[in-house]
Design a protein around this ligand. Structure first.
Ligand code: NAD
Length: 244
């Protein structure tokens, strides 16, 4: 299917690789004008039908840069229909006694404060339009907990809570807010994990494979499309049925 996002303007953060990149590619294939932000400007989207994208270097933790880039986006595109708050980092396994304030702050800064301030930068335009889709990305680790993931799970659990807060606060303005909760997805973030962990994950996954970035991008396309018009405040697992 294609054309589900025709005439939509979509902003994807953390869009240089992995889930963000795949989401930007899928959104463009569905007809959206896609604005891709990452620490370094993402490569232009591959040739395909659909509007050419806009790629910019924007660190979501830098409030001034976020607000300035959002102003440029609105000046260039005239509107903002979809935000995918995808930028995220993980410090990997950190046992509780070893967790420093610096690591905790850094993870919360990107995964939580970064997401909050990108929403703040675009929500005024969405409210004025009286329409918008805000999509957050959590993790199965927030659902089940996982040893050594204090900072990451704190940030993702907070995003799930904010998905519900924003759904209630922004619903009256025609804005829906949902989150996807991926399982283990094969992306550069997980490239150093090794085969043993991946074998364990597959063994606990009824669908018998690891997730792909395209699995998560497909959920984002649906949540951004007209078909999900009456869905808000939802946290949708995309994990192959993973059992912890
Ligand atoms: P990735 O590391 O491959 O890509 C993340 C992107 O975010 C990178 O391009 C990185 O440069 C960018 N980024 C990091 N800090 C940034 C900042 N301050 N400003 C702007 N961009 C920044 O990771 P991924 O696996 O594609 O993960 C994408 C999102 O999905 C993350 O939020 C991650 O927590 C979440 N997630 C991933 C998995 C998984 O198994 N891969 C599972 C659940 C949730």
């Amino acid at each position: 299917m294609s054309g589900r996002l025709t005439n939509r303007v979509a902003l994807v953060t953390g869009a240089a690789q992995g889930i963000g990149r795949e989401t930007a590619i899928r959104f463009r294939a569905e007809g959206a004008l896609v604005v891709s932000w990452d620490l370094h400007a993402p490569a232009p989207l591959p040739d395909a039908a659909g509007p050419a994208g806009i790629e910019e270097a924007v660190d979501v933790t830098d409030a001034a840069a976020v607000f300035a880039a959002a102003s440029r986006l609105l000046a260039a595109a005239g509107r903002i229909d979809i935000l995918v708050n995808n930028a995220g980092i993980t410090p990997g396994y950190v046992a509780l006694p070893a967790l420093t304030a610096a690591v905790l702050d850094t993870v919360l800064d990107v995964n939580l404060r970064g997401a909050v301030q990108v929403v703040q930068a675009v929500v005024g335009a969405m409210k004025a339009q009286r329409s918008g889709r805000i999509l957050n990305i959590s993790s199965v680790l927030a659902e089940y907990g996982y040893p050594g993931q204090t900072a990451y799970v704190a940030s993702k659990s907070a995003l799930e809570g904010l998905t519900r807060v924003w759904a209630r606060e922004l619903g009256p303005f025609g804005i829906t807010v949902n989150a996807v909760q991926p399982g283990y997805i094969r992306t550069p973030m997980n490239s150093g994990n090794g085969a043993a962990l991946e074998t364990q994950v597959v063994a606990r996954t009824p669908l018998g494979r690891l997730g792909e970035a395209s699995d998560v991008a497909a959920a984002f396309v649906w949540l951004a499309s007209a078909d999900a018009a009456f869905v808000t405040g939802a946290v949708i697992p995309v994990d192959g049925g993973f059992i912890p």
